[in-house]
Each structure stands twice: as C-alpha cells, then as structure tokens.
Design a protein around this ligand. Structure first.
Ligand code: HEM
Length: 399
C-alpha cells in the first residue's frame, strides 16, 4: 500500500542563526519528500526537481499564487494573467514562440561586446572610489540597462525604468499592503511605458528587438495586453535574477580569496566557470513550484492530482548524487550538468540563459581586470528564502 500525503514528514522548525542551506538540509534529512509550511510537497534531489518540471503530469501555477496572496485584481494580477511564465499548454506556447528566436543563443551572442562595454563603463569609475554599495553601483543597474536596451528604452530612461522594475517585481511574492500598492503603481507605470515604446515602433520601425518582436506577433494570436505582458515579463525575469546571481557570485568569490585571485590572474579562463559555480552554490531561485495534473507515486507516496509540489533548487544544486563535495564553492569543478538546472527545465526553461551568462561573465571579467584588489567592506551579501526569487541583502565592497 503506498503512503499518502498525510504520511509525509513536515519541515522542521527554523532554528535561529541557520542559513537557508542548513535549514533545507535539515528538511532533506526528514526524507526524500517533506511538506513545507505553505503545504507544498517538496522534493530535494535533482532527479525529482526534473520530474516536477515534466508537463505530462504537472502544470505551471497560474493565478493560484496571486489568489493565495489575497490578490484578485490590479496591474500585477493582470500581468500574471497574461504572462508566459504563468501559463500552460497552447496559451503558453503562443506566448513563448515569438520570443524564442528573439532570445536565441546566436542572436544574444552578438550582444556580448555591448554588454562588455556597459560593464566596463560602470566599473571603471569605481577604481579608487573607496567603499561602494555593490548592488546599487553594479549588480542592479547592469541587468536593468541591458534589458532596457533590448526592449528599446532610450538610454536616459533606464534609471527610471530600473526603479519601476525592481519595485514591481516584489509584487510577485507574498507582500504586505504597502509593498503591494507600490508594486501595483510601478507595474502600471511599466505597462504604460511599454505601451508607449510599442506605439513608437509601430509608427517608426527600427532594426531592433522590439520591432522584430512586433513583426512576429502582428498576425496574432496574442492580444495587445499579452504582447505588452511578454515584454514586461522578460524585463522582470531578466533583472532581479541576474542582480542576485551576480551579487551572490561576487560575494562568494570574495569570501574565497584564493579563487578570486585565480579569476584575477586569468579572467578569460575562469569567468564562465565562476558564473556557473556561483549559480549553483547559491541559486537565486529557491524552488520551482507546480500543480500535479494526474496522480503519481513517488518514493512510495501516492501524490494525488491537484497537489502543490515544489522541487528545491537549494538542495538539488547540492545533490551529492550529482556533485562531488557539493557544499564546497569551487570554480574548478567539472561536474555541472550540460544544462544548468538553475535555469529550470521542461517547457518553461529560462529564455534568458544566454543573456544572463553573458552579463555574469562580462561583469566578473571586468571586475577582475579593473578592480583586482576588490574586497568586502562589511558583511557579504546573502540571498535569503527558499522559494521563488530569493531576497538579496546589500553588500559594500572596497574597490
Ligand atoms: C541568473 C539569471 C537567471 C536565472 C537563474 C533564471 C532562471 C529561470 C528559471 C528557473 C525559469 C523557469 C521558471 C519555472 O519553471 O517556473 C526562468 C524562466 C524565464 N526566464 Fe529566466 N533566469 C535568469 C535570467 C533571465 C534573463 C536575463 C531573462 C531575459 C531576458 C530571463 C527570462 C525568462 C523568461 C521569459 C522565463 C519564462 C519562460 C517560460 O515561462 O516559458 N531570465 N528563468
């Protein structure tokens, strides 16, 4: 007789001072499956995370997340209702298809020199500048600038654009009424702003991403609201994630000075490896959540249809079945899977992986070349939380 959901152990209580990784390891010690405090059946291995991303028996959470947060209308609700990340089946395919070519590896690879130039221009003035807020000075502005340029926002609008983006994105989590209102206001601004960019390109097409995307969508089947939502979607998906990943990677490199020196001595050799290891060691996404669409037995437990399930990225990326010495930060490791699991899997696998990697690699390379003596000037940054996009603490560095 298979076990039932009631037999699954609960997550342990959080012990003051525990890191998220320690907390998740304590949860993993309870068994291959455990129930978190939101009622998600959580699995810890990389194989189980891949299984949860298989849309033959699970589907993406649509508006259930918003409803659980008590939100049933407003700009963020409208966005979630129209964005590809929160859609399934044909609706998802319709929204994703026109973006796939726009974000294809080859197309994005051509952006590398431009991203490198932006990273250098941002980092060079910091030489000798003393103590610097890393997130404010580099990790926040770089992805926002790059993605703003991709959607065709003029250079002078990028600071305003970044401010709206980083505030709006908070509304995808469960937040209090004040943050909810601020996020909705910023989402409304973004929506109007993107509508303006789209109108401009329709009257005066350019040789750019946005014009190309509009050409691809002009004969349907997406509604105008969906067209705007996909543009906003790539902006939101591409900013917060890369900001957190870059900060966490630099934070771990500076906590392992011998590995920072390796990067300084040969940035060309180590930038890509450091990016991959930073993404693994402290993933910016804590878990991937789904709803089961048919019953399935896993680890002797019958998971019924309609169950909330989550694959923990924190433990999957430290799965001892995949990685040697998984708790060691090691930019020389050779055991990363061919497809890095931090970018998900199945039909929703990240569209921006190539772009994110270019941003991380170019920023790490420029930091190592321009600021070889970079060091922490206070506590290292931390990513916090074990679900969705994790929160980031600030970090001061001495350039
Ligand atoms: C370090 C940086 C990044 C990480 C770790 C990351 C990770 C992910 C993950 C795990 C997913 C799948 C979510 C799920 O299955 O529920 C995803 C989806 C997505 N990502 Fe990223 N991402 C990053 C950067 C970017 C960038 C730079 C862009 C855009 C240009 C982007 C655009 C997207 C989009 C549009 C989706 C939705 C795809 C779909 O639903 O079909 N991401 N990302």
């Amino acid at each position: 007789m298979p076990l039932t959901l009631r037999d699954i152990p609960r997550f342990p209580d959080y012990v003051t001072g525990q890191t998220d990784h320690q907390f998740m390891q304590a949860a993993r010690a309870r068994g291959p499956l455990a129930m978190d405090r939101y009622g998600f059946v959580t699995a810890f291995s990389q194989a189980h995370m891949e299984m949860f991303n298989d849309d033959r028996w699970t589907r993406q959470i649509e508006l259930e997340g918003m409803r659980a947060a008590g939100v049933s209308s407003g700009p963020m609700f409208d966005f979630v209702q129209n964005a590809l990340l929160f859609a399934n089946g044909q609706t998802h395919r319709n929204r994703r298809a026109p973006l796939v070519r726009t974000f294809a590896h080859k197309v994005i690879a051509e952006l590398r020199p431009e991203v490198a130039a932006r990273a250098e221009a941002m980092i060079a003035p910091l030489r000798g500048a003393g103590s610097v807020d890393f997130v404010q000075a580099i990790a926040g502005p770089l992805p926002a600038q790059v993605i703003a340029a991709i959607v065709g926002a003029p250079e002078e609008d990028t600071a305003m654009f970044a401010a709206h983006v980083y505030s709006a994105v908070r509304g995808l989590s469960i937040v209090g009424p004040e943050e909810r209102a601020a996020s909705d206001t910023d989402m409304r601004h973004l929506d109007r702003y993107v509508a303006g960019l789209i109108a401009d390109r329709r009257t005066a097409p350019k040789e750019d991403f946005l014009t190309d995307y509009l050409r691809r969508t002009q004969d349907g089947p997406l509604s105008e609201t969906e067209v705007r939502a996909q543009m906003i979607g790539v902006v939101l998906a591409g900013s917060d994630t890369t900001r957190g990943a870059l900060t966490a990677t630099v934070s771990h490199l500076l906590q392992h000075p011998e590995q920072w020196r390796m990067l300084v001595e040969a940035p060309q050799t180590w930038a890509a490896a450091a990016a991959s290891e930073g993404l693994r060691f402290d993933p910016v996404i804590g878990s991937l959540a789904r709803i089961t669409t048919e019953p399935r037995e896993i680890e002797g437990v019958m998971i019924p249809q309609g169950t909330l399930v989550a694959g923990s990225m924190l433990t999957a990326l430290r799965d001892p079945a995949v990685y040697a010495a998984p708790d060691r930060f090691d930019i020389t490791r050779q055991d990363h899977p061919r497809l890095h699991p931090v970018f998900g899997g199945g039909p929703h696998r990240c569209l921006g992986e190539a772009l994110a990697r270019i941003e991380l690699e170019e920023a790490l390379g420029a930091l190592a070349r321009i600021l070889p003596d970079l060091e922490l000037d206070g506590p290292p940054a931390r990513l916090r939380g074990y679900g969705a996009v994790r929160d980031l603490t600030s970090m001061r560095v001495r350039a």
